[in-house]
Design a protein around this ligand. Structure first.
Ligand SMILES: Cc1cc2nc3c(=O)[nH]c(=O)nc-3n(C[C@H](O)[C@H](O)[C@H](O)COP(=O)(O)O)c2cc1C
Length: 217
């Protein structure tokens, strides 16, 4: 059994998405002791920003005429896709940045989508695999809040992971991670604690579900 784990936080110390991802991973590893975990840290070791354009250009260029950059981009897309195709379970931990999807996660997804095994419209190499998306937000964009609708990341990530990659997806969201960091949010301390506990419980529960799910055919 293999777990593929991607982290998109730009920090390694104090990262709440990594902490929630750790909870999921710990539950998965408790069931699959000693099993391999393949990791991608796209926030701290990004996919090169020009790889996607090179891979797209390569797809319209005969193999014998491709530039070195195009060959490298196609090879990287294949390597990333091999990681997804070779995993039995998938875990993505992606924070909200600037009201949208992490640029590093977007670059990663864009490059993966250039591989013929993952192209929109094809039956993806990930079809039916169990997966968990952990996402964290400094603020709170849930229904009825003043900034409801400002989270432009989660819907896109769901669209890719659930509909394009056809994963069997569970999502854990932790809001208000900036409470305790930004004094303007001090009034939400109690609520933020409740949201943290709830997210941690959900992460543990989804980690157990991820571990229990049968391998996709
Ligand atoms: C450059 C930057 C931009 C951010 N933009 C937003 C934002 O638009 N909305 C939000 O709710 N939080 C935003 N945050 C807060 C992060 O989502 C929050 O700190 C989260 O916990 C980061 O993930 P991590 O704890 O795993 O590092 C931003 C943080 C940084 C560093």
């Amino acid at each position: 059994m293999t777990l593929f784990r991607l982290d998109a936080s730009i920090r390694t110390e104090g990262s709440t998405s990594r902490a929630l991802g750790d909870i999921v991973e710990t539950e998965w590893s408790a069931v699959h002791a000693g099993a391999e975990v393949t990791r991608r840290h796209v926030g701290t070791d990004p996919v090169p920003a020009d790889s996607w354009a090179d891979a797209v250009a390569a797809s319209a260029t005969p193999e014998s005429e491709r530039t070195a950059a195009q060959v490298a981009a196609v090879a990287l897309a294949a390597e990333l896709t091999d990681e997804l195709a070779g995993a039995d379970a998938l875990l993505f931990a992606v924070p909200l940045y600037n009201f949208g999807v992490s640029q590093h996660f977007k670059s990663y997804v864009d490059l993966v989508l250039t591989d013929p095994r993952m192209a929109p419209g094809a039956v993806p190499a990930t079809v039916g695999k169990p997966a968990v998306l952990v996402t964290v937000q400094g603020g709170n964009y849930s229904a009825g809040t003043p900034r409801e609708g400002w989270d432009h990341a989660t819907a896109w990530m769901r669209r890719i992971l659930e509909d394009v990659w056809q994963l069997d997806l569970e999502v854990v969201t932790r809001e208000f991670t900036l409470v305790g960091v930004n004094p303007a949010l001090d009034q939400f301390t109690e609520l933020a604690d409740e949201l943290r506990v709830r997210a941690e419980e959900q992460a543990a529960q989804h980690g157990r579900t991820l571990a229990a799910m049968p391998k996709a055919a």
